[in-house]
Write a protein that binds this ligand. Structure first.
Ligand code: MOS
Length: 769
């Protein structure tokens, strides 16, 4: 497909698509009937506990399992001495595995917290206790705790093959010359620590094998197809012998985009024992064995003329990665296209540390990248004595200069205007320390945000059963974002039935393959194809109805009939019709079903060879236009003049996410993103113990995330319009957009309150002193 001009679905004013409805899975969740992956109890399930390394680097010299094996209820202790082979899985984004580490395949220790053993027992308590009795001795080797370590070195993406193609270093014009010639320049470095997803639901795997060698896995995942492919690769199984089930996910934020090594180990144990095995990570293990956002160091240089017109912008970004893998935190992506700048460069460098391979966390790249870019723009506005919105408007990019394409829809101007109006920005005295409330210095800051609109070929099925039930099914996951609700709305639109009556089945790899619930792409990839499938079923129902003899519908053309309230009727006369139940029964049909996909003319073979990968990802500028979601964020902080405590007082976000499919779930996504990004701004930091080479705060007591008391009134404004270049429903991504711009808006507000520019996240009280 070469055009992004998708034929738009006609969404009428009374359509349930776009209407405010309650969250479809809300009742199940609050009453505890929603069954999360770890709550499945296959018959005879055994419980596992992980043993993890206590040193960051070296080799295992001896591992003594005798005492653990003698503990009550213990069935086995897997170590590198008795583990069975695992085969490499394709790494994200070429596959779905986040880490190349194959657990227990050798004695090498790469990071503190690396899985070195798995104890399996009758009960969780027995396994957990016995895991403490496994004695591991190490020969330790020098380690690199973090990027500040004296032996840490950095390298560029040049030698990184495929990864480098993904996020190439980009140059436009001649930034160095332009910087040297610019009358106003800014040369600043921003840093951020490791960030952890801290999802409420712990990672878990429950694995069960059939005697003929098929594997079923219950695992919370954002991507059933990706997880299915990864397990198939680890165990060299055909795809159809692996099934991954994940009906609900209690927070993923990227960490559940693909399985981590402990999942392979659990399935290995289940196969060895011939019994189902369940592993639920402990909270500290969740920190140390799954992939966090890496620490970053971003160097920005801005050149501008005296009117604030940018002449050059360079963004050199460094992130930690592991010794096993290269992970790119693509912090420069927004810098390359957010503003009209003739000369620019984005470049990536990496530093290997003894830590788990980092991975995607909500708004990977853009969250932290926008902190740097939008802080730098604020610094430039201060240097030029310009209003920060005015500076942004003077550099407004009317076109995507990176890909040299027009934007599809860009509501950023409206976002600035309406966000500013809602916040009361015009009341702001631009002078730092000019606003106060008692002992509190008050600061107002703003920032812009954006997120690329990706999509991925996706399949969905729809059935109408003989009893009239309308059912939608897809392998896609609902990670709390609203997928269940949106699919019910889509079917309700097509069949004219109440949203609440639609049955939606998700999160099972045995359903049609769907995109990852990540990169903010699932709603836009899945709802249009579900609409197609539903329309096909509707058309067949109409055909069946007109074929039924002895009814007023008999012999009518499709154009004379329509679907209304769960039946087919004469167009315009809902009273003259047949219920779906009547049509199916009279046609002797159990159900009418259609499965549709957006894989185009891809052969079945090509489709399967790309299964569970992102190789078919449609990039934001793949078509005639460049498709992004846009935002403008306004923050108010209060900084206690004596104590230095920073309180967030107000947040207003104005967002262009195209057509809003459901205001309830969209707003909830955006608020969630703003809350999470407030954590990044003010609280969240993985603290590295540089002497021990390990994370010092792998728990929710010391890794601070925002709680209710930290979060003020948040206002969300929708300023977008349906985007004909994004997908047939005109929606754009939401989940990650809520993050971008927020840390910068808060940091800019802190500067406005205090005159103190904090370039190192999080903005803790000691940085106010
Ligand atoms: Mo997200 S970090 O794309 O799951």
């Amino acid at each position: 497909m070469t055009s992004t001009d998708f034929t738009q679905v006609d969404v009428g004013p009374t359509s349930p698509i776009g209407a405010t409805t309650r969250r479809r899975d809300g009742r199940e969740k609050v009453t505890g009937t929603a069954r999360y992956a770890a709550e499945f109890q296959p018959e005879g399930v055994l419980h596992a506990a992980l043993v993890t390394s206590t040193v960051p680097s070296g080799t295992i010299t001896t591992i003594d399992t005798e005492e653990a094996l003698a503990m009550p209820g213990v069935h086995t202790v897997l170590t590198h001495l008795n583990a069975t082979p695992l085969f490499p899985a394709l790494l994200f984004p070429f596959g779905a595995a986040f880490q190349s580490l194959l657990p227990l395949q050798d004695t090498r220790i790469r990071f503190s917290g690396q899985p070195v053993g798995l104890v399996v027992a009758d009960t969780f308590e027995q396994a957990t206790e016995a895991a403490t009795r496994v004695r591991v001795a190490y020969r330790t080797e020098p380690f690199i705790s973090d990027e500040s370590h004296p032996d840490a070195t950095t390298f560029g993406a040049e030698d990184c093959g495929k990864v480098q193609e993904m996020v190439p270093d980009l140059v436009r014009g001649d930034p160095d010359t332009a910087l040297a010639a610019a009358p106003i320049t800014l040369d600043v470095t921003y840093t951020s620590p490791r960030h952890y997803h801290a999802a409420m639901e712990l990672h878990s795997t429950t694995a069960s094998w059939t005697p003929d060698g098929s594997l079923t896995v219950w695992e919370p995942t954002q991507w059933t197809a990706g997880a299915q492919a990864t397990f198939a690769q680890w165990f060299k199984l055909p795809l159809d012998q692996v099934r991954v089930i994940s009906p609900y996910v209690g927070g993923g934020f990227g960490s559940k985009g693909g399985p981590h090594p402990h999942a392979a180990l659990t399935a290995m144990a289940a196969r060895e024992l011939g019994r189902p095995v369940k592993l639920v990570l402990s909270r500290p293990q969740q920190f140390t064995c799954t992939s966090p956002r890496p620490a970053t160091r971003q160097h920005l240089r801005l050149g501008a003329d005296r009117d604030g017109k940018l002449t050059a912008l360079t963004h050199d970004s460094l992130n930690e990665t592991s010794f096993d893998d290269l992970y790119i935190e693509a912090s420069g992506t927004l810098s390359a296209l957010s503003y009209a700048v003739p000369n620019g460069r984005t470049r990536y460098r990496f530093s290997r540390v003894n830590a788990v391979t980092p991975g995607s966390m909500r708004g990977p790249g853009e969250t932290i990248g926008s902190f740097a870019l939008e802080s730098a723009m604020d610094e430039l506005a201060v240097a030029l004595n310009l209003d920060p919105i005015e500076l942004r408007l003077r550099n407004y990019a009317d076109r995507d200069q990176l890909f040299d394409k027009p934007w599809s829809t860009k509501g950023l101007r409206r976002a600035y205007e309406e966000g500013a109006a809602a916040f009361g920005w015009q009341e702001r005295d631009p002078k730092p320390r000019s606003m106060r409330n008692g002992t509190e210095l008050i600061g107002w800051g703003m920032a812009g945000g954006a997120f690329p609109c990706y999509s991925h070929p996706t399949a969905a099925g729809v059935r109408v059963h003989a009893n009239g039930t309308v059912e939608v099914f897809s392998g896609g996951s609902d990670i709390g974002t609203g997928t269940y609700t949106l699919l019910a709305q889509v079917a309700a639109d097509v069949f004219g039935v109440p949203v609440d009556d639609v049955v939606v089945r998700l999160g099972d790899s045995s359903y049609p393959e769907a995109a990852v619930a990540g990169g903010s792409m699932l709603a836009g990839s899945l709802t249009p194809v579900a609409h197609q499938a539903a329309t096909a079923v509707r058309d067949e129902l109409i055909q069946l109805a007109s074929a039924l003899p002895g009814t007023p519908l008999h012999g009518r053309s499709a154009g004379e009939l329509e679907v209304n309230q769960g039946g087919v009727c004469l167009a315009g006369s809902p009273e003259t019709g047949l219920r779906f139940t009547e049509i199916l029964s009279a046609s002797s049909r159990e159900l009418v079903e259609a499965v549709r996909d957006t894989f185009g003319d891809l052969s079945e073979q090509d489709r399967m060879s790309n299964y569970g990968t992102l190789a078919l990802l449609r990039l934001p500028a793949a078509g005639t236009h460049s498709v992004y979601s846009w935002s403008s964020i306004f923050a108010e902080v209060g900084v206690d003049e004596e104590l230095g405590t920073v309180r967030l007082k107000r947040l207003v976000g104005a967002f262009d996410c195209g057509r809003i499919l459901n205001p309830t779930t969209a707003r909830s996504q955006l608020i969630g993103g703003m809350v999470m990004a407030s954590g990044a701004a003010l609280l969240e930091a993985g603290v590295v113990d540089t002497r021990q080479g390990r994370l010092a705060n792998p728990n929710l007591a010391e890794y601070m995330v925002p709680v209710n008391a930290d979060i003020p009134e948040i206002e969300v404004l929708f300023v977008g319009e349906p985007d004909p270049h994004s997908n047939p429903l005109g929606s754009k991504g939401i989940g990650e957009l809520g993050m971008t711009g927020v840390p910068a808006a808060i940091a800019n507000a802190v500067h406005h309150a205090t005159g103190r520019r904090v370039r190192d996240l999080p903005i803790l009280m000691e940085k106010m002193l």
